[in-house]
Write a protein that binds this ligand. Structure first.
Ligand code: NOJ
Length: 551
């Protein structure tokens, strides 16, 4: 069913997999994962069907925000390897048919970056205007701190500089002044450098903050969209098919603007944050209506743009777009203990423990994620159902070492456990119970199920490319949606309730034909009768169906 167009706008239908080399595989036994280790494990990802790796920051860093605090944009942290190892990794990924995108963290540097060290030393430093300084800042009432557990203002006083500097995140992450053309040039140089080394694009960190100046007017204010257009045009000149994946957690009406205007000339892929949050509300209620509404509200995108669909990422599961009552419902269902919650807005958990390890619900969740109209993004370990380690502080609870086997340290590293960069998960979701090696051998494992699902997803481009609509399933617990593209039509059904359902599905504009089950092990078809079809769904059951002509 794929057409040649799917090879052109590759981000439209990719299978993205996010990982941090630091926690993936330790090749040299020092307790920290590395680029050589990741290269050794690349066939695990190729086998799973991943088409694009997203590498979390691997640059030199003091590590106070897990690498999102950078001291050199042109290097590789020596604990993770060298530039040579990076190029070898990219080459190996390409050989296996995978593209590579990397994090572009241009909102801020580490306070240990030589630019900031120089900037704070003297007002005459040529780096002073790389950052945003004020004598007496007024806190902008519209701009809150991102990490309220650690900071109470977006301005901190620097004794050396004798001024306040702007930081939306931690105070050790001073915001860069993107209003300064020299900084913009430097950012383009950084992007150009990594494109030259073979990357296929960037996940752009913290986009809305990038251009947020803490209420300062004048020279510093720059139209965010004009900057993103410039960045995109620069990338396109350097490499025509390079793509941006944007972290923009805003309501839909503000979010779509980041795709650009009719030309779709800004960010190609945007995470569907608002939809993701409604998925959790729907799961908590076992009621598909919030999700159906969110899907109806999801703005249609042009051929060149795409939604990135995800259930979990490396940060807290943010529920900031839900009402207080809705958030409490999700907390009660999936993270009732205070220790599971973070910043008053999210959960620092992975999905399997939230769903109490229930394979039916897990498969329902991933079947849904892979069938939603967008490009699916997995976080490492989701393919085997890893859990979090709540003994680890804050957001790092979900960033434990990858679980390869039931050997020492989950097969991640040979080192003594006390020397591990981060402890492995223990207990029910730890490596003794959940690991790649065991699941590879078990035909019914989550890993093998997900591999089959991804293969089917890749054979079903309608989900990524098609126009979608929500169908009437006649049952509040069941989400039915259709994606149609280039003459192909697929339907996905998801029963969010524990109890089995018998539904009559109405399919507008289609009178007869039959539906072929795409995921069942035995080939099953269902005949349409005047645009209606009776279907059964198990408790938490799911089906993908392809429409065929009359039989
Ligand atoms: C968003 C990243 O996802 C998060 O992990 C990081 O702490 C902040 N941006 C700051 O870079």
């Amino acid at each position: 069913m794929s057409s040649a167009r799917t090879a052109d706008l590759w981000w439209k239908n990719a299978i993205v997999y996010c990982l941090d080399a630091e926690t993936f595989y330790d090749s040299d036994g020092d307790g920290t994962g590395d680029l050589v280790g990741l290269t050794e494990k690349i066939d695990h990802l190729a086998g799973l069907g991943v088409t694009c790796l997203w590498l979390m920051p691997f640059f030199p860093t003091p590590g106070r925000d897990d690498g999102y605090d950078i001291t050199d944009y042109y290097g590789v942290d020596e604990r993770l390897g060298s530039l040579g190892d990076f190029v070898a990794l990219v080459r190996t990924a390409k050989d296996r048919g995978m593209r590579v995108i990397i994090d572009l963290v241009i909102n801020h540097t580490s306070d240990q970056h030589p630019w900031f060290k120089s900037a704070r030393r003297s007002p005459n430093s040529r780096f002073r205007d790389y950052y945003v300084w004020q004598d007496e800042p007024q806190d902008d009432p519209d701009t809150g701190v991102v990490f309220p557990d650690a900071e109470d203002s977006i301005w901190s006083y620097d004794d050396q500089a004798e001024q306040y500097y702007l930081h939306h995140f931690y105070s050790h992450q001073p915001d860069l002044n993107i209003g300064n053309p020299v900084v913009r040039e430097e950012m383009a140089k950084i992007a150009g450098f990594w494109l030259e080394l073979g990357v296929d694009g960037f996940r752009v960190d913290a986009v809305p903050y990038l251009l947020e100046t803490g209420g300062i007017d004048g020279d510093l204010r720059l139209d965010p969209h004009s900057y993103l257009k410039d960045l995109r045009a620069f990338m396109a000149r350097r490499r025509g098919d390079a793509a941006l994946l944007g972290e923009v957690n805003l309501p839909n009406d503000e979010l779509v603007a980041y795709f650009g205007d009719e030309q779709a000339d800004e960010i190609q892929m945007l995470f569907a944050f608002p939809l993701m949050q409604q998925i959790y509300l729907a799961f908590a209620r076992q009621d598909a209506r919030p999700l159906a509404e969110a899907l109806r509200d999801l703005p249609a995108v042009s051929d060149a743009s795409q939604w990135a669909m995800f259930l979990r990422n490396h940060d807290e599961l943010t529920l900031d777009k839900l009402s207080d009552d809705e958030r409490e419902e999700v907390f009660a269902a999936f993270g009732p203990d205070e220790d599971m919650q973070l910043f008053g807005r999210g959960l620092r958990r992975r999905l399997p423990p939230m769903l109490d390890g229930d394979q039916r619900r897990l498969r329902l969740a991933y079947s849904l994620m892979f069938s939603l109209p967008g490009t699916p993004v997995l976080f490492y370990g989701e393919e085997i159902g890893m859990g979090e380690n709540l003994d680890i502080d804050g957001r790092l609870s979900v960033r434990t070492p990858m679980q390869w086997s039931d050997d020492k340290n989950g097969g991640f590293s040979d080192v003594a456990p006390s020397r591990l960069r981060r402890p492995v998960t223990e207990g029910r979701f730890g490596p003794l119970a959940v690991n790649v090696a065991d699941q590879e051998r078990d035909p019914d494992s989550l890993l093998n199920w997900m591999q089959r699902l991804i293969r089917k997803r890749r054979e079903t481009p309608e989900f990524g490319w098609g126009a979608w609509d929500v169908l009437d399933a006649g049952d509040d617990a069941v989400l039915a949606h259709r994606c149609a593209w280039e003459g192909g039509t697929v339907l996905a059904l998801h029963n969010l309730a524990d109890a089995p359902r018998e539904i009559t599905l109405r399919i507008p504009q289609i009178d007869d034909g039959h539906l072929v089950d795409l995921l069942e092990t035995r080939s099953t078809t269902h005949r349409l009768d005047g645009g209606r079809v009776d279907l059964k769904l198990e408790g938490f059951g799911h089906r993908w169906l392809r429409l065929r002509g009359s039989v």
